[in-house]
Design a protein around this ligand. Structure first.
Ligand SMILES: [Ca+2]
Ligand SMILES: [Ca+2]
Ligand SMILES: [Ca+2]
Length: 488
């Protein structure tokens, strides 16, 4: 009996500090196996806060941990090799520490690794630095500082790194709790910076050839992805409301601190009308709370069909993975959103529940075979507690590349809003432009038909009775269909 009590007490303590991870999760019709690749408590005792995970061309996960360690992680065995120890250089406190990592886009010929971290020198500063990866020693060597002495703080310091297709490097910087910096073109804080791989300034930078600025008006952006549709998406932390999803354009002004979320209040409208090239977000979370969005990827693989061609965003505070579908004409409209791995939050998304299956999700990467890896970092914010951090693999074990290839002619048709009052938009894949479309009722009868004149079309079917319909189009070997619910 005494033994039983001890067991119960132990399991209660365990549940308070960390959730047991599930062995499978369900995403639509797909079951994903969950495998813990590596797990441990903070710092030397295992895994510190994993800040960045990137899939490398060597089929290893390249990882930063916030206290200052850079590792190559074998995703199959969990074996980890430290390739750089910056723990005596890095200032690791609250949100600061070793942050972003990017591999040179042509890593096989130019094995360079780019890092961002905070350090202390008469105040907290932030640095973006390049290293050479020495394949023989397996270590990072020859540091070259690209941008130095960016004003830092323990919070609001970015610093996500990402390469553009033109080979220039972007870095997000936060406002470092100084609200006069994001709108000042003389400050590199509260910005996205663009640089060459040697730290020089690209001659075509939007604020001139002597300015690192790519755009301005940011509070603290920590997610960036350049999607195959040619759009650069970025997630951004709002204050106590209004986290944002932005489309980044060179020279854009993203409003902070004068505009939070959408430019919708009268004071904000005065501000954004006076800004050059103000850019509204394409989504916010929410007017009444924040979720703390972090890393962003574009999932581009048939292994998990529910995610194919969509943005995946890790969420810290509200502990979930957000699946974001954008339109497939210009990618500037959010068509649907889904909250995964946190049922309580999904049931009440404008409140911040922290009961996620995987605790806080900071980072994500995908392997070329479609597996997805998540970096989890405990149930609480800051560095005061000792929590289980982990890298977790999600894999569709039922996925077979040949089976899916035979179904490749079935294309994605987007219909939104859905449910709808009858006024809705349809986005057809380009293969179907010129074909006919039909709207079928539940008995399979065509109630409306027409021609797909362009990729994006709107339709007014508000005269139809409420119920379930199917929009369908086919041409040659291509077919697409989508269910539509008309509610009034
Ligand atoms: Ca990542
Ligand atoms: Ca904004
Ligand atoms: Ca607003």
């Amino acid at each position: 009996m005494k033994k039983l009590f001890t067991l119960i007490a132990l399991s209660v303590v365990f549940n308070l500090t960390s959730q047991a991870q599930p062995s499978t999760v369900t995403v639509g019709n797909t079951t994903l196996d969950v495998r813990v690749v590596i797990q441990g408590n903070n710092q030397s005792n295992g895994v510190d806060i994993p800040w960045e995970i990137q899939w490398g061309p060597d089929d290893y996960i390249w990882m930063t941990e916030r206290f200052g360690r850079v590792s190559r992680l074998n995703p199959e065995t969990g074996a980890r090799t430290t390739i750089l120890d910056l723990t005596s250089t890095v200032y690791d406190n609250s949100e600061s520490g070793l942050l972003g990592l990017a591999l040179h886009p042509d890593f096989e010929n130019t094995p360079q690794v780019f890092l961002a971290y905070t350090y202390y020198s008469g105040g907290i500063k932030e640095r973006i630095v390049r290293y050479d990866y020495n394949e023989n020693s397996g270590m990072l060597e020859n540091p070259l500082t690209l941008v130095d002495a960016i004003n830092g703080n323990t919070t609001h310091i970015g610093c996500r790194l990402m390469f553009l297709p033109d080979g220039t490097l972007l870095a997000t910087t936060g406002d470092y709790q100084n609200q006069s910096s994001p709108q000042s073109e003389n400050s590199v804080s509260g910005k996205i910076l663009r640089m060459n791989t040697d730290g020089s300034i690209p001659s075509d930078n939007p604020y001139g050839p002597t300015s690192y600025l790519y755009n301005i008006g940011h509070r603290n952006a920590q997610g960036m992805v350049y999607a195959p549709n040619g759009v650069l998406y970025s997630s951004e932390h709002g204050p106590t409301t209004n986290d944002e999803l932005n489309i980044i354009v060179p020279g854009g002004n993203y409003g902070w601190p004068d505009v939070e979320g959408f430019c919708n209040l009268s004071g904000e409208m005065t501000a954004c009308n006076s800004m050059t090239n103000y850019q509204d977000p394409i989504a916010i979370w929410y007017e009444g709370s924040t979720i703390a969005p972090s890393d962003l990827i574009w999932y581009d693989h048939p292994a998990i069909p529910e995610w194919e061609g969509k943005l995946l965003m890790t969420v810290l505070k509200a502990e979930h993975l957000k699946v974001i579908e954008v339109d497939n004409v210009d990618g500037t409209t959010v068509v649907s959103q889904q909250i995964l791995f946190n049922d309580a939050h999904a049931a009440n998304p404008t409140s911040s529940f922290n009961a996620g299956l995987f605790d806080r999700l900071r980072d994500i990467c995908a392997a070329p075979d479609g597996r997805v890896f998540l970096a989890t970092s405990g149930p609480s914010w800051g560095t005061s507690g000792t929590f289980q951090n982990s890298i977790v693999e999600l894999k569709n074990a039922a996925y077979s590349p040949t089976a899916v290839a035979e179904e490749d002619n079935h294309l994605n048709l987007q219909v939104y809003p859905n449910p709808s009052n009858g006024n809705f938009s349809m986005i057809f894949p380009k293969e179907l432009v010129g074909a006919n479309y039909d709207v079928l009722d539940q008995l399979g009868r065509t109630v409306v038909s027409g021609q797909v004149r362009s990729g994006k079309m709107t339709l007014d079917l508000s005269g139809l009775s409420r119920g379930l319909y199917i929009v369908r189009s086919a041409k040659g070997r291509f077919i697409a269909d989508q269910r539509l619910t008309i509610t009034e």
